[in-house]
Design a protein around this ligand. Structure first.
Ligand code: AMP
Ligand code: GLY
Length: 437
């Protein structure tokens, strides 16, 4: 039997773990806290540690056929390199390749140097000099500031949304010079975002169905940015406002990026690659790359994948990925249940009650996230608590199931009722029409 180690303890890793076990693997889990869903799949063969403690990771993984690293944090500091040095195969890019997520400056410059068309106007800074000139060139209303380095989706500030004056913009730039190695100021895009998650074997880039995430904390896309409050995918695996041609273009941009990365650094990318794109009046533009599956988006695609995850991982390692994978022709809606106060001031260490029996009866897939199992209790640890995934023959059916499921998770928690609803979808379609008119 194939033995696999999963690294990470979020809902994304729970979804990956489930697909590995369904694919026939025996699982061990290397986690930062005790996720009860993953622990159950691993039959309690778990190690609780710091995810960047590579000495322990290597020791724990010695007997594994391969290791799958879920989150970006261990990858950008060299988890794959540490495993490889010990002769252990890793699904997840090397430190050199993980710069695609670890450094916004690296990525924008790579795309520029290789004329990859989805790139946008940007300039990188490690001092305040010249910021003023660049902001004047783009137009103050038209800028986005991004720290170089990992931000957990929360460091990006968009003018008009998070920044409202020149002095606020300069204050933020000064703050970033203290906390980060530098920052990027890039053109502000207007359009609809979509997520294209792929499997990459060094040269082949194989797509999964499109997903749309919801960054804002509150209904109607109000409130602060979060790691993602929920997501949906459609039965035909695209979005009503994104064409198959658009997807083909985005995929070809991702392939060119992998090839540019190899030419530039010698790095052969093996793992999952997440492309966040925006459809704008000027075409499809890259918002960012992540060197892993998305969270929540992993739950949408892995829950309907019919291809065998274990076989795919071997194909990643061998460089033999096929062009297409098999997915159910079903719609999915994921609703994230999060602690009260999330993301700014979340309640922590609060017990939650999950009625797994009722969730199973409802046919819901549920993925534990930022929780810790302590004895018989499961408590919140501050970030998103649990992803509830409804699958249906229409978006409406999937949404209804996911919404119904929320009553079976109790505690000081909240979720967005509007995710996956027809009303919100219509809003997105109308917005897209207005943007490209
Ligand atoms: P990122 O961490 O780069 O994904 O940014 C987080 C969120 O900020 C994205 O999902 C977008 O909603 C927004 N964002 C990032 N870059 C831009 C941009 N250039 N124009 C408009 N919005 C952006
Ligand atoms: N859902 C956004 C992310 O995984 O980065």
């Amino acid at each position: 039997m194939v033995l696999v180690v999963i690294v990470g303890n979020g809902a994304r890793e729970h979804a990956i773990a489930r697909s590995l076990v369904e694919g026939g693997a025996r699982l061990k889990a290397f986690m930062g806290s005790n996720n009860p869903g993953i622990a159950k799949l691993a039959k309690d063969n778990v190690k609780i540690s710091n995810l960047t403690n590579f000495k322990e990771l290597v020791e724990f993984s010695k007997d594994a056929d391969f290791v799958v690293v879920g989150p970006e944090a261990p990858l950008v500091v060299g988890a794959a390199n540490a495993l490889k040095s010990a002769g252990i195969s890793c699904i997840g890019p090397s430190i050199e390749a993980a710069q695609l997520e670890g450094s916004k400056i690296f990525t924008r410059e790579l795309l520029q140097n290789y004329n990859i068309r989805s790139n946008i106007e940007f300039q990188a800074f490690n001092a305040i000099d010249n910021v003023e000139t660049w902001v004047e060139k783009l137009g103050l209303e038209n800028v986005v500031v991004k720290p170089d380095g990992l931000t957990g989706g929360k460091g990006v500030k968009v003018f008009g949304e998070h920044l409202h004056s020149k002095s606020e913009l300069f204050d933020y730039c000064h703050q970033l010079l203290d906390s980060h190695s530098g920052f990027v100021i890039e053109e502000k895009l207007n359009g609809e975002e979509f997520t294209l998650q792929t499997f990459v074997d060094g040269s082949n880039v194989t797509p999964t169905p499109l997903v749309q995430d919801h960054k804002r904390a509150y209904e109607g896309d109000e409130g602060p940015n979060t790691g993602g409050m929920g997501s949906y995918s459609m039965t035909n695996h695209v979005m009503p406002f994104i064409t198959h041609e658009d997807v083909k273009f985005a995929l070809s941009e991702m392939k060119q990026t992998i090839s540019a990365l190899k030419k530039e650094t010698g790095a052969i990318y093996k793992g999952f690659l997440y492309g966040q794109f925006m459809k704008t009046k000027k075409g499809i533009k890259l918002v960012e790359y992540n060197v892993r599956f998305g969270d929540p988006e992993a739950m949408n695609v892995l829950s309907i994948m019919e291809s065998n995850m274990v076989a795919l991982c071997f194909q990643i390692l061998e460089g033999t990925l096929p062009d297409d994978l098999r997915f159910k022709k079903a719609a999915t809606v994921c609703k994230y249940i999060v602690p009260e106060g999330y993301p700014t001031n979340p309640v922590k260490n609060q017990p939650i009650q999950v009625d797994e029996k009722s969730l199973d009866e409802l046919g819901i897939l549920y993925y534990y996230a930022s929780v810790d199992k302590r004895g018989e209790k499961v408590v919140t640890t501050g970030s998103r608590t649990m992803g509830l995934l409804g699958i249906g023959s229409s978006l409406n059916e999937a949404e209804k199931k996911a919404e119904l499921a929320t009553q079976f998770v109790k505690g000081p928690l909240y979720h967005r009722k509007d995710i996956g609803t027809q009303e919100l979808l219509e809003k997105r379609i109308a917005h897209m029409k207005k943007v490209i008119k």
